[in-house]
Write a protein that binds this ligand. Structure first.
Ligand SMILES: *[C@@H]1O[C@H](CO)[C@@H](O)[C@H](O)[C@H]1NC(C)=O
Ligand SMILES: *[C@@H]1O[C@H](CO)[C@@H](O)[C@H](O)[C@H]1NC(C)=O
Length: 198
């Protein structure tokens, strides 16, 4: 666009052809469903057709609806996750804002307020279809399907890609929590983009 506005007519047509080729490239990348389609996010998509995976976690189905590493989102990231009965997230914390909307099912949210050297015994909140959860920044938490049917949630986080610190239990010191970055569903695309830069 900048090239077009400052250049003579001959170089502007070259720029036009070039940007046309870029648009075509992005279009094909998006329609062919590249695994890491940066800048290839179509305006309207059918969630039923997006890829989902359990990333090695039994009972989980994760889908990145709009992601930073996957799609080039800058400030928010949206997931849809389904937890089979009995399955759960790790105990973890992160320094981003996070809001859940429970689409179906029921379960328990555990939250430990951040003070002291370890999370400590968490507060338990029952969660249910149409409940919405706000996780305070950096508070250790865990979502578990304690019900008898699938628990499905829409998750919105700020400041992606997410940097997660995980705990083995509620009494593990904060200093011993393990950083998992990139997180499971970001791994493949972070590695691809690193490869591209070498
Ligand atoms: C969305 O995708 C699902 C699964 O492929 C399909 O059954 C449904 O018809 C699609 N919806 C529309 C409006 O195309
Ligand atoms: C959630 O609340 C909205 C607004 O009241 C309502 O339209 C919708 O049917 C509710 N959904 C469920 C699953 O209860």
């Amino acid at each position: 666009m900048i090239l077009l506005s400052v250049s003579s007519s001959s170089s502007s047509s070259i720029a036009a052809v070039f940007s046309g080729a870029l648009i075509l490239f992005n279009f094909f990348e998006a329609t062919l469903g590249a695994p890491c389609p940066i800048n290839g996010l179509p305006i309207v998509r059918n969630v039923s057709e997006l890829p989902q995976d359990n990333y090695g976690r039994p009972g989980l189905s994760h889908m990145t609806i709009a992601g930073s590493v996957l799609h080039g989102m800058k400030e928010v990231e949206i997931w849809m996750q389904t937890f089979a009965p009995g399955s759960e997230t790790p105990i973890h914390r992160h320094s981003c804002e996070e809001v859940f909307v429970v689409l179906k099912g029921s379960g328990t949210l555990y939250v430990a307020e951040t003070h002291g050297n370890f999370p400590g015994k968490p507060i338990e909140f029952p969660i249910f279809a149409n409940s919405t959860l706000h996780i305070p920044i950096n508070d250790a938490h865990q979502v578990k399907n304690t019900g008898h049917e699938d628990l499905q949630v829409l998750v919105i986080i700020s400041r992606p890609p997410i940097k997660v610190f995980t705990y083995d239990d509620w009494f593990m010191p904060h200093t011993a929590a393990r950083l998992k970055f990139p997180y499971f569903w970001d791994e493949q695309c972070v590695q691809e983009s690193q490869k591209d830069e070498l």
